[in-house]
Ligand binder design. Structure first.
Ligand code: FES
Ligand code: MG
Length: 577
């Protein structure tokens, strides 16, 4: 370890060292908690931002894991300070955790700023917790390590491996089609989530922790370790030990999250068959680090990066547990060969690509070679046209190829409630060619861009044996979803994006190879409709929602608050003590 800081230069020393009344208060109150001066003198203070709560099943092991982190911090000569942060359970938080991702980002940044902290371990994993924690910590700029929660074990029911989310959607369609019984449905309910950890498909959680690792923000290999594996305890203690050294080395995130690191993160995301949500979070995270990532960059990298992780929902069989046994994310990086930029370093202080030559791929059906990909291009495509001037996204690998070029009449719902009545009402004109549209479900309209984009299949089509159709919305969809769902249409309908002007019966044309999305309506007709469009009333008159609607940016810009962008305004000063 190369020590670049003395104890007196540490941030926490400003709180703990001076011979004045303020510092007397900090020391006497630390002693109130039972500590002696030997517990803190000469030691960096390490924050552990813990997103554990009774409402967060994906992080229920964090109550235990935090003790392993503390142990590591103590072993390396640091002083651990656990600080609870918003737990953002994907299941329980309504209308959507996306409404609160930026709240967690603000909380993370300000927790680190306002306390006597020198470095941090961020404990997250359930979808929005990863970007929320990372965005805040990037803006604060102290050395930090991200500790991924790890995926839960494979689901298990009736001799089958069940995948989070993905199989819930799949079997619900079967239940609605009347092909499985109530008892079978209850069996699935008890078997689909059978250990702690985040969703074990390649959904948003697994994608985001992989992205954090590829950006250099976790210990090498950390993101693939199943939550229930003893290796997860060991990794937690290692995070504690390593962050203390990082503080002495002054290894700050600006040295790690460079343009090369962001490019590596995008490449790895594409190769995993990543969640569409990742696009929004990648843009937001990169921009917090001062890297101006655009949708077009994602499409460019996507076009030259095949999907090689054969994990559901892009793959058809395997889950994250299989991915770990096959070698995990390090093995996937090895398979990517020269596609990764070797100039990027990780929290280890060493290049991301160092040691990849020694990594083994134990199952090359799970982690495929570039010569035998799951899908020939990256998992996401960006579509532009008169319906989405600022872009929309689709996951071509997760939909039936017959929809890659499609023309069909729109059936438009203005709200989720309306959509629910439309889909099962025989009155509405529905054919397999219909493009089912949900609007006013974007960042402002949702509000918070809920995961409504995998619009349920209409009963009438399910009964015909169909399981996919083209769906279009300004919402997001769960990373565990699948189907021909065009999402994140920007600008959203609620702020007057052209999606607001689409009418039932208009022909929508989707062309994935040419990356276009259009309504076949003349420009004259569109401008006529624009003249009669009236902006809807604001969603909130007070509270957090009010702040949210004043400052939230559109999906193509990462849905950050304008004032949280690192380049917004002058740097925030260190707090006066
Ligand atoms: Fe937490 Fe899926 S519900 S990761
Ligand atoms: Mg999810």
């Amino acid at each position: 370890m190369k020590k670049r800081k003395t104890y007196e230069q540490l941030r926490s020393a400003r709180w703990m060292v001076p011979d004045d009344q303020r510092s007397f208060g900090h020391r006497s109150r630390t002693m109130q908690m039972g500590y002696d001066p030997t517990d803190w003198e000469g030691r960096p203070i390490i924050a552990i931002l813990n997103t554990w709560s009774d409402a967060q099943p994906c992080h229920m092991h964090f109550k235990d894991r935090v003790e392993w982190v503390k142990r590591g911090v103590l072993q390396a000569g640091g002083f651990p300070m656990e600080l609870p942060a918003l737990s953002l359970s994907e299941n329980f938080v309504k209308p959507t955790t996306m409404l609160y991702r930026n709240m967690l980002a603000m909380e993370s940044e300000e927790l680190l700023r306002s306390h006597p902290i020198d470095g941090a371990v961020l404990m997250g994993g359930c979808d929005k917790t990863t970007p929320g924690l990372v965005m805040g910590a990037l803006s604060m700029g102290l050395p930090f390590i991200f500790l991924p929660a790890g995926p839960m074990l494979r689901g298990n029911w009736a001799g089958k491996h069940l995948g989070s989310g993905t199989d819930g959607f799949k079997f619900w369609d079967e239940r609605r089609a009347g092909t499985i019984s109530k008892e079978e449905w209850q069996g699935i309910e008890g078997g689909i989530a059978r250990s702690h950890g985040h969703c074990m498909t390649m959904g948003t959680a697994s994608t985001m922790t992989a992205i954090a690792e590829a950006m250099g923000l976790t210990l090498p290999g950390a993101s693939s370790i199943p939550a229930a594996d003893a290796g997860h305890q060991r990794m937690s203690a290692q995070c504690g030990r390593r962050i203390v050294d990082m503080v002495w080395e002054d290894l700050t995130p600006d040295m790690i999250v460079t343009a090369a690191a962001v490019e590596n993160a995008v490449t790895v995301a594409m190769a995993t068959g990543c969640s569409t949500n990742a696009i929004i979070h990648l843009i937001a995270m990169a921009r917090r680090a001062g890297i101006p990532l655009e949708l077009d960059d994602l499409d460019r990298i996507g076009r030259k990066t095949p999907v090689i992780a054969n994990i559901r929902p892009s793959g058809d069989t395997y889950l994250m547990e299989d991915f770990y046994y096959a070698g995990g994310l390090r093995a996937l990086m090895k398979q990517l060969g020269g596609k990764l930029n070797s100039s990027a370093i990780t929290v280890s202080g060493k290049p991301l690509t160092q040691g990849l030559d020694l990594v083994k791929v134990w199952n090359d059906d799970v982690i495929r070679p570039l010569s035998n990909p799951v899908y020939h291009e990256g998992s996401l495509a960006v579509l532009k046209g008169n319906l989405s001037p600022d872009g929309a996204v689709i996951k071509p690998a997760a939909c039936d190829p017959k929809f890659h070029r499609h023309k069909g009449p729109a059936l438009v719902a203005d709200s989720y409630a309306e959509l629910k009545t439309i889909i099962d009402d025989p009155e509405y004109p529905l054919t397999p060619e219909t493009v089912l549209v949900l609007r006013n479900a974007g960042p402002q309209g949702g509000p918070g861009m809920p995961e409504w984009g995998m619009i349920p299949m209409p009963k009438a089509l399910l009964k015909l044996g169909l399981r996919d159709m083209v769906r279009l919305s300004d919402a997001r969809m769960s990373g565990t979803s699948f189907g021909a769902c065009v999402l994140h249409v920007a600008p959203e309908a609620y702020v007057g994006g052209p999606l607001a002007l689409l009418k039932t019966g208009d022909i929508v044309e989707l062309d994935i190879p040419n990356r276009s999305l259009n309504m076949l309506v003349s420009d004259e007709e569109i401008s006529l409709r624009r003249q009669s469009w009236k902006p809807p009333a604001p969603r909130y008159g007070r509270g957090y929602g009010f702040l949210f609607s004043k400052h939230i940016e559109q999906a193509d810009k990462g849905c950050d608050f304008d004032f949280l962008k690192t380049e917004f305004g002058p740097q925030v000063d260190e707090p006066a003590i």
